[in-house]
Each structure stands twice: as C-alpha cells, then as structure tokens.
Design a protein around this ligand. Sequence first.
Ligand code: ADP
Ligand code: MG
Length: 240
Amino acid sequence: MIQVRNLVKSFGSNIVLNGIDLSVAEKEVVVIIGASGSGKSTLLRCVNFLEMFDQGEIRLIGKTVIPTTTNLNKVREEVGMVFQQFNLFPHMNVLENVMEAPLHVKKMDKVQAKEKAMVLLKKVELYDKALAYPKNLSGGQKQRVAIARALAMEPRIMLFDEPTSALDPELVGEVLQVMKQLAQEGMTMVVVTHEMGFAREVADRVVFMGDGKILEEAPPNEFFINPQNNKAKQFLNSIL
Ligand code: ADP
Ligand code: MG
C-alpha cells in the first residue's frame, strides 16, 4: 500500500529525512516512534504529499506518485490523515464536518452523504452528537469526529500523527479504542504515537526514527523486549 524509497527531505540546511525506506502492506498497522524533531510528522506529510521531498520515491497503492503530473487531490482521497490538533471546521456541526468532503470533493448527493456520515458517527459512538458544534465537544469527541471525517472519504490508508497527544489523559482511551477497531477491520494504518500500550497491542511493526533514518524496525514484541539500536534503547528508557 505504501512504498517509500530513499526519501530525502531538508528544510534549509536541516536534513530531516536522510534516506528513509519504508513499506507498509495492506491491512498492516505500523507505529512510528522517535524523539521530538526526528522527522515523524515530516515523513507522514510526505506520504500524503502535504510536503514535497527532495529525493526518493513514494508509491501508493501500487502506483508511483509523480508530484508534477499525478493529481495529488486524487492521491489524498486515498490517504486519510488525522492530526494532533483536530482541525474541525468550527462553524459547522459534527454532521456537517463529516459530510463536507463527500459533498464537495466527491460530489456525493446530500441524502447519501448524510446517511454515510451517520453510519460513521455511530461507528465512533457520536451518533447523538451529530448536531453539536465542535466547541461543545470534549477533545476525545473532537478527535473521534476527525476520524469519522477522514473515513468519510473512504481512504485506503489512514495516517495518524499523534492523535492523542493533545488530549487529557482520561480521554485518550476512547480515541485509541476507535483506532484499534479500525485496525481490526483491516484498515492499513501508519500511526505516530507515544502510546506504547497501543503499539504493543495493535501494531504489527514498530519503526524507530532518529538521525533522519529508520534506526530499527521490528514487531512490538521484539522491539520492546529487546531493542537493538542504542538510541532506541535510550528512547524507551526515557519514556517507559
Ligand atoms: P517530529 O514529528 O518527529 O517531532 P518533525 O517532522 O515535526 O519531527 O520535524 C523534524 C524537523 O524538521 C525539526 O527539526 C523541525 O524543526 C523541522 N521542520 C519541520 N517542519 C518544518 C518547516 N515547515 N520548516 C522548517 N523546519 C521544519
Ligand atoms: Mg510530530
């Protein structure tokens, strides 16, 4: 579903990604961890073509994406993204937030878009909040709306960039639960998170980034029990 080859990305003289190779198979859940500033967000943004890279190649769903010739909006329809800051439209209620892209990007008719949105709101357990506005929701509820909104485009891949980092601790679980369910349903997912419980339980593979590279990747059992890379060991010691 995702194949990143020798990805290089700099901001000025700061080489943030220095030759990243990463493949993600269909239905696989990959958790990316690493210190702050190690390029996790930049990598996700490159995979979604929100950020242009300097060198390398990204193939999505079997096709090489060439930024100058490929329709990037079509690519982004296949790749849903959920951010730390929920980025909901404040002037729209929950239902309207979820219906927005299907209506205006996919040109779905209104009845169908609404039906679909309500199914998704049920899935994230916010059916009864359909008419609420974002300002009246908790952070956990907002993030679940953001997930429903991304799913409304029927993406083949979902990227999560620290989806629970802005939440009060008691609200983290409800968001992770929705993500876990999505994983169990077979969604292909790349998740940047500091939630090691989630990584252990849900990830097929953990990827550790540092020095602009992937320093280690392994199934969670191996990675958490017996990390090989020294920086990975230090990182785990610092957070566990
Ligand atoms: P992480 O998500 O792992 O914390 P980021 O991908 O956000 O790391 O950032 C990696 C590095 O790239 C940091 O040094 C950050 O300051 C830099 N960076 C990220 N985005 C930009 C940008 N738009 N302009 C300049 N520097 C950036
Ligand atoms: Mg980040």
